[in-house]
Design a protein around this ligand. Structure first.
Ligand SMILES: [Zn+2]
Length: 521
């Protein structure tokens, strides 16, 4: 029986579009894209979704501050996010815009009605301290100097009659699902944080706000147009509305109910909503839950918190303009811890680029293609017998393949790259040890054995580099394609074969020159 393809669904969170994207968004986009590309490479049937949270009050307020309509603001800003995904070479299959798409409005309403039909929605007078940027109520003791702990802005006392969702009813079930890993939360520190939060007791939460406070912007509550859906029902439902949950569409059958894995890649500030609110809503509506919530941390910039006043909020599109998409992707995945907080440093980006990409990988390709051109007229030779050097290199490569496959599957791209780099280094060492330039000299002097040996070394280099390009493809897709092209392969999926013609060598990662600081005694 043929093996069934695994079906894998992965999403980014949907950011507010109240401002341009920053490098934190770039991190999440690039991580999610690398996971999606890796799974496709493994032969999985993959669907990768990104999108924008356009109905939030944050967007309404940003538009008011600029003196333009909310529609104008979201239409303008969403393009910055779509452009960031594009320049970062993200392979998302779809991008859902929650304020414009009928399928989203209909799907969010369907989810609401399903929860209501299950007896989990009721009305209650509510008053609380609310941060408009977080779209979240806070207890007095959670505030710092009376300000939102996250945004450091004043909170508002909000009083109104709202619809509430019976979250408390799902407390035990959620605890069981998370503690047994039936719904995984990665890393463990976040899982434990969620479990502790549940153990303190879950309270029902507000899922609507007045039409007036929402300035008429958002998804109307079914059968009550004095209220619009509060951000979480609306925003979180994007993960299924984009798959045509409203119409029980083909995408929904295939990538939600029928998927082997349903994965959300999110930031640490929204764990509670994804690991508690969202699965509770789905349990209520009788919809399958996500199988895995993968959480990343926050970035500082050169050691400082990102902030507009510090002027250190960088548009990823500009960073890509300066350094290239693959350089930024590589840096974010190789340097930044995938689940902890990290620091984005331009100095480190340049160091990583020069050391790893320009030096280790770029030179490896360049030297190898140059030698195949010089010694074999650009034709990949038929290899002769292997020696211990080839066996050793093959074993290192095999280990990198096994380990990096496992590490990508467990959302550890940083370690996966470290493992792949052992083979990049080993291949450079292989060149030093096998000394093809010496073999070429001996071959020119009529040494047949050296001639044959040189064939083996050059063929081994071509195939090994081709394999490295495949391993790196989820992280640096366009460079992987370029490596394959220079090796003369039809695509990165094809390993070099004897007889194929390599191209002229062209540096794929030209060194970034930095002005040396002058040392002063
Ligand atoms: Zn806040």
């Amino acid at each position: 029986m043929p093996e069934q393809r695994r079906v894998y669904y992965i999403t980014t969170s949907i950011p507010y579009v109240n401002a341009k994207p920053h490098v934190g968004h770039a991190l999440e986009f690039v991580q999610t894209d690398a996971y999606a590309r890796f799974r496709r490479q493994q032969g999985d049937d993959v669907y990768f979704l990104s999108g924008s949270d356009e109905n939030s009050l944050t967007n309404v307020l940003a538009a008011e501050a600029e003196g333009i309509s909310t529609r104008e603001l979201v239409d303008r800003n969403v393009e910055y996010f779509q452009l960031a995904l594009e320049v970062l070479d993200c392979s998302n299959d779809a991008f859902i815009r929650t304020s414009v798409e009928e399928r989203h409005f209909e799907g969010a309403s369907k989810l609401w009605r399903a929860m209501d039909a299950n007896g989990d929605i009721y009305t209650k007078q509510y008053s609380g301290l609310y941060c408009v940027r977080c779209e979240q109520f806070y207890n007095e003791d959670e505030l710092i100097d009376g300000l939102c702990p996250d945004h450091r802005i004043p909170v508002e006392l909000v009083e109104e009659e709202n619809y509430f969702f019976r979250l408390s009813k799902y407390q035990d079930e959620l605890h069981r699902l998370i503690s047994t890993d039936e719904m995984k939360v990665t890393p463990d520190s976040r899982k434990n944080e969620v479990l502790r939060f549940i153990e303190r007791g879950l309270e029902d939460f507000s899922i609507s706000r007045s039409h007036e406070r929402a300035r008429g912007w958002g998804v109307p509550v079914p059968s009550d147009d004095s209220q619009v859906m509060y951000v979480w029902v609306d925003a979180l439902s994007n993960y299924i509305t984009a798959l045509d949950y409203a119409s029980d569409g083909e995408l929904y059958d295939r990538y939600w109910t029928g998927a082997d894995e349903r994965v959300h890649e999110i930031g640490k500030n929204i764990v509670r909503f994804h690991a508690i609110y969202w699965p509770a809503m789905l349990l209520s509506a009788g919809v399958p839950l996500p199988t895995h919530i993968v959480v990343h941390g926050f970035l500082t910039i050169d050691g400082e918190r990102m902030s507009k006043t510090r002027g250190n909020v960088f548009d990823p599109v500009e960073v890509v303009d300066d350094y290239g998409g693959d350089a930024v992707r590589y840096y974010l995945l190789r340097e930044i811890s995938p689940h902890g907080d990290g620091d984005f440093s331009f100095g480190r980006l340049i160091e990583r680029y020069n050391a790893d990409l320009a030096n280790d990988l770029g030179n490896l390709l360049n030297r190898s293609v140059t030698m195949i051109n010089r010694y074999r007229d650009g034709v990949v030779p038929e290899p002769g017998d292997s020696t211990g050097l080839e066996t050793e290199l093959a074993a290192t490569l095999e280990r990198s393949i096994e380990r990096s496959t496992e590490l990508f599957k467990t959302y550890e791209p940083q370690q996966a790259l470290a493992s792949i780099w052992e083979s990049v280094t080993a291949t450079n060492t292989y060149i030093e040890q096998s000394q093809p330039w010496v073999l070429a000299r001996e071959a020119r002097n009529g040494d047949e054995a050296a001639q044959k040996r040189l064939d083996t070394v050059l063929a081994t280099l071509a195939v090994t580099i081709g394999r490295l390009a495949q391993l790196l493809q989820p992280v640096i897709p366009s460079s992987a394609d370029e490596i394959a092209r220079q090796l003369g392969s039809p695509s990165v999926d094809d390993l070099p074969v004897p007889g194929q013609q390599v191209t002229d060598p062209t540096p794929i990662f030209p060194r970034i020159e930095v002005e040396e600081e002058i040392a002063v005694d």
